[in-house]
Design a protein around this ligand. Structure first.
Ligand code: PLP
Length: 402
C-alpha cells in the first residue's frame, strides 16, 4: 500500500492523541477533527473575556462582535456569496433546514409539490416530510440510478408545474457521489420552484461558488468543515431570503416590539434569535481561514489518491458490496454473510473508528435492501497508514467471522 502522507496531519493535534490511544480515525463524514488554529481561537476567545454580540458597547462586547462578524465575512468569501447579508448562522445544518421548512411555509398551498431525492439525510427529509403533512403538500422522491446519482430522466418527469421546491444533497453521506446539481436546479428553476442544496458533505470537499451554482439556499455544517460543533451556515439569495417568514423569536431579532405586536429585522440578524453560538462561530471563522490558506489542488489530489486506495483495497475483498459508486471522501459497504454490526464490533476492538448503521438515511438503506452498512470516511489529515491499519484490522475481523 502506498504511504500517501498528509502534509496537514500535524495541524490536527487530535490525530496524534488518538494514535497514542491506538485509535485510527476514519469517521470524518460524521464529524471532523479540528486544527490547532481553531482550538487556539476558541481558547483565546474564552481566556480574553467572553461577551455577548450585537448588544454591548463595552470592549469585550465590541471585540466579540467584531470577531463574530469577521466569520460572516469569511463564510461569504468561502462560499462565494455576493455579501455578508446572505449568510445566516444557525446551530447546525439540521437547524438551517428546519429554519427553511418553517420559514417558507407561507409560500405553499395545499396540493403544491415538494421534491427531494431518495438519498437524503434525515435532516433534509424530515423537515420537508413534516411540512408536507402540516400543509397538505405532496412530497415526491427522486429515484437514483445504479451508481447512486439522482436519475435525471425521472427528475424531468417528476419536477413539474406544481413543484414549488426542490431540496437535494450535493454529496451523499452514504453513497459518496456528487449529484447532478446543475441539471436538477435548471429543471426546478424552469418551473419557478425554490431550490435548496444540502451541502453538509459537499462543502468539505472543494471550494463552492454559490453565485455560479445559482441555488436559492445552501446549507452546511461547521463541525464537518473542521470547525466547532453547534454551528451551521445558511446561505440565501437576497430575493429568496426576503420570502422567509421569521420562525424563532427572542432577543436581538426584533426592530421594535410592544406587548401585542412586533416588527422584525430582515436576514441575517432577524433569523438569529437569542444568543448565538458565539465561540463556535468565531472558531468556524478560524477553520475557514485555515482552509482558505491551504493549497486547494494539493488537498483535492491527496483526497482523491486516498479515496482511490480505499476503493482498490475494498474491491479486493471477496463478497464485499459497495453502496453505489462513490467518487470521493467515503465508501459504504456490506459483506456477504457478515453482519455489519459484528464487523463494526471487531474493528472497534482493534481501534478502528468507522461508522456502522443507517447513517441517518433509513429510507435509502431500505431501498438498497439492507438495514445497516459500514462507512469509512476520510478527512484531509488521513494518510495511507490509516488505510493500511484499517485493511489489516478488516482482514483480521473477517478471518474470525467467516
Ligand atoms: N446533511 C447531510 C448530508 C449530513 O451528512 C448531515 C450530518 O451528517 C447533516 C445534513 C446534518 O448536519 P448537522 O450535524 O450540522 O446538523
Amino acid at each position: 500500500m502506498v504511504p500517501l502522507p498528509s502534509p496537514w496531519r500535524a495541524d490536527f493535534p487530535a490525530l496524534a492523541a488518538l494514535a497514542a490511544e491506538g485509535q485510527t480515525y476514519l469517521d470524518s463524514a460524521a464529524t471532523a477533527q479540528k486544527p490547532q488554529v481553531v482550538i487556539d481561537r476558541l481558547s483565546q476567545y474564552y481566556s480574553q473575556g467572553a461577551a455577548n454580540v450585537h448588544r454591548a458597547q463595552h470592549l469585550p462586547g465590541e471585540r466579540a462582535t467584531r470577531a463574530f462578524e469577521a466569520c460572516r465575512a469569511s463564510a461569504a468569501r468561502w462560499l462565494k456569496a455576493s455579501d455578508c447579508g446572505q449568510i445566516i448562522f444557525t446551530r447546525g445544518a439540521t437547524e438551517a433546514l428546519n429554519l427553511l421548512a418553517y420559514g417558507l411555509q407561507g409560500q405553499f398551498q395545499a396540493g403544491d409539490e415538494l421534491v427531494i431525492s431518495a438519498l437524503e439525510h434525515h435532516a433534509n427529509l424530515l423537515p420537508w416530510q413534516q411540512l408536507a403533512r402540516r400543509q397538505g403538500l405532496t412530497l415526491h422522491v427522486l429515484p437514483l440510478d445504479e451508481h447512486g446519482s439522482i436519475d435525471l430522466d425521472q427528475a424531468a418527469r417528476l419536477i413539474g408545474p406544481r413543484t414549488r421546491l426542490l431540496a437535494v444533497s450535493q454529496l451523499s453521506n452514504v453513497l459518496g457521489r456528487w449529484q447532478p446539481l446543475d441539471a436538477l436546479l435548471a429543471l426546478a428553476r424552469a418551473q419557478g420552484a425554490l431550490t435548496v442544496v444540502d451541502g453538509a458533505q459537499g462543502a468539505v470537499h472543494g471550494r463552492q461558488d454559490l453565485q455560479a451554482l445559482g441555488c436559492d439556499f445552501y446549507v452546511c455544517s461547521s463541525h464537518k468543515l473542521y470547525g466547532p460543533d453547534g454551528v451551521g451556515l445558511l446561505y440565501g439569495r437576497h430575493k429568496a431570503l426576503a420570502r422567509l417568514q421569521h420562525w424563532q423569536f427572542g432577543g436581538e431579532m426584533v426592530l421594535h416590539t410592544g406587548y401585542v405586536d412586533a416588527q422584525f429585522r430582515p436576514a441575517p440578524l432577524g433569523f438569529e434569535a437569542g444568543t448565538p453560538p458565539i465561540a463556535g462561530v468565531i472558531g468556524l471563522g478560524a477553520a475557514l481561514d485555515y482552509l482558505e490558506n491551504l493549497p486547494g489542488a494539493a488537498v483535492a489530489a491527496h483526497e482523491a489518491a486516498l479515496h482511490a486506495q480505499l476503493l482498490a483495497g475494498l474491491s479486493a475483498i471477496p463478497g464485499l458490496r459497495l453502496l453505489g459508486n462513490p467518487e470521493i471522501a467515503l465508501a459504504s459497504f456490506v459483506i456477504e454473510g457478515v453482519h455489519s454490526a459484528d464487523l463494526a464490533h471487531l474493528l472497534t476492538d482493534q481501534g478502528i473508528a468507522v461508522r456502522n448503521g443507517h447513517h441517518c438515511a433509513m429510507p435509502l438503506l431500505d431501498r438498497l435492501g439492507i438495514s445497516g452498512a459500514l462507512r469509512v470516511s476520510l478527512g484531509l489529515y488521513n494518510d495511507g497508514d490509516d488505510l493500511a491499519r484499517f485493511f489489516s484490522a478488516l482482514d483480521q475481523a473477517l478471518g474470525l467471522l467467516r
